[in-house]
Design a protein around this ligand. Sequence first.
Ligand code: GLN
Length: 194
Amino acid sequence: MAVKVGVLALQGDVSEHIAAFQQALRSAGEADTGVVPVRRAADIPLLDALAIPGGESTTISRLIDKNAMRSPIERFEGGIFATCAGMVLLAGTVDDPRVSPLALMDMSVARNAFGRQRESFEASVRIRGLAEPFHAVFIRAPVVTATGPRAEPLAAVDAGIVAVRQGLHMAFSFHPELSGDIRLHRMFLDGLRR
Ligand code: GLN
């Protein structure tokens, strides 16, 4: 059976996430037919994994509540793959009261943490579990300012922690779906099978 990966399709770079997961599954010789956009709360419990894309965390936070998705996401038993705005949403605490985070990962996050001069940039980042550095695309990115005991930092730059794993969940400040490099998607999918 094809692994079922849903990409939360309320706002943000949904099609890029779908394409990256399809590529990651195909590269491992697996069926890519189970990767779908998610627009209805009722679809969430049927998934093995949920991706929360980049976009605007203030907007996605509001749309999660408007679409009655908060409780299905909080109770979701699969893995969550969160990038940029998605990382902000998984945090326990966020430095912006307009975001109501889902508190699914034991971390504090600061939005737009790189300042105006460095709003968008690319950098080579060493990530625990990858043999070679990852070419990371940062777009008005958050950083993790603190982690609790259950969250494992996987990568950091000068400004702070930029990749975290906790159980089945992974969160990134940057956009692995935009690099054409599916190693982090593979790491996440491999984690689901343990
Ligand atoms: N700055 C955005 C936020 O905090 C995230 C940007 C992104 O997802 N590329 O919501």
